[in-house]
Design a binder for this molecule. Structure first.
Ligand code: 8YV
Length: 327
């Protein structure tokens, strides 16, 4: 048929992605890239047959309750879908897809960069230099900690977790992991990875811990104050997943008191605000949710969204289904 599905895109996407979308669909874009407020989101779910949201759109049950009968697909631009009420989408027969493969390597690169930057004190060193306080090289100046030979605990050994583990192994780290389920023996063998069924027991033995699980009701504050306290004082924490997985206030308190050695954070519990107690610390590297932010990655993400929409709207199951509703 000639019917072009009405696709509402909540944020400005890279030019080539928008051009391709315009060719294929009846598309409503957001040219000035302002984040939609609740009223705009409700208008979007009322009008759209396909909604393309991002992490900044809270598609909760209340918003979905206003959706029109035409809304059949939410094709998320991004991997994490914690901003979408999946149960409510399922109940309403709305399929949800994401873009899991497009950002794996870029996100793993930033996690690895933080695993290097924090123990090697790059933030403190850069500050020393830029404030004119650097007095020159000294045998005891700017000492950090070696990462090779140390233990990395990966929480969530999925696509991104495995890509980080592969990198860390190349840097000489020993890979440990906690996951809902043990991964395939070939993957454990390739990574030389040790499985810990007990997260608590793993935490107590790690030098660096990196988070790569999704944010779900089961992982909210997975690293609670109690669990953070299980980490050795010399341990570092890296989070490129979701801020909500860590009790950010407890983490900030512990870092300030020297109860943890440092942290590298690309995500925060209440983005875009960041716990003020973190801002003054030299033992943390704070990044503005940029782990997937490459020109190439955004094109790949757009491509994945297009494939999911095209497949779905031509009557086939899309490749990246998170919620598979009846077609
Ligand atoms: C994405 C992210 O760019 O994919 C994710 O889960 O957190 C980001 O890096 C964002 O989701 C876009 O919606």
């Amino acid at each position: 048929s000639n019917h072009k599905p009405v696709v509402v895109v909540t944020r400005k996407l890279p030019e080539p992605v928008e051009t391709r979308m315009r060719e294929l669909f009846e598309v409503r874009l957001n040219p000035d890239d302002h984040p939609f407020d609740r009223a705009e989101l409700i208008a979007a779910v009322r009008d759209a047959e396909v909604l393309v949201p991002t992490v900044t759109d809270r598609i909760d049950a209340g918003v979905l309750s206003q959706s029109g009968p035409g809304l059949r697909l939410i094709a998320n631009f991004g991997a994490g879908v914690d901003h979408i009420d999946l149960a409510s989408a399922r109940t309403r027969g709305i399929t949800v897809t994401n873009t899991p493969d497009a950002l794996t390597e870029d996100t793993a690169d930033i996690a690895m960069a933080l695993i290097l930057a924090v123990p090697r004190r790059m933030q403190a060193g850069a500050k020393l230099l830029r404030t004119g306080a650097w007095g020159g090289w000294s045998p005891t100046g700017m000492l950090g900690h070696r990462i090779s030979g140390k233990r990395l605990g990966v929480i969530g050994l999925g696509r991104i977790g495995q890509a980080v583990a592969r990198r860390a192994r190349a840097f000489g780290m020993a890979i440990h992991y906690h996951n809902r389920r043990r991964v395939a023996p070939e993957i454990e063998a390739e990574l030389g990875a040790t499985y810990w069924e007990s997260l608590d027991q793993m935490l107590a033995r790690m030098d660096v811990v990196t988070l790569h699980c999704p944010h779900t009701p089961a992982t909210f504050h997975l690293l609670s104050a109690r669990r953070l306290a299980l980490l050795p004082r010399h341990a570092y924490l890296v989070n490129c997943a979701r801020g909500e997985i860590v009790d950010e206030a407890a983490l900030a308190r512990m870092l300030a008191r020297g109860e943890l050695a440092g942290a590298g954070l690309d995500v925060f519990e209440h983005e875009p605000s960041v716990n003020p107690a973190l801002l003054g610390l030299d033992n943390v590297v704070l990044l503005p949710h940029l782990a997937s932010a490459t020109h190439e990655g955004r094109i790949d993400m757009g491509e994945a969204v297009l494939v999911n929409i095209k497949t779905f709207t031509t009557g086939h199951p899309p490749p990246d289904r998170v919620v598979a509703a009846q077609l």
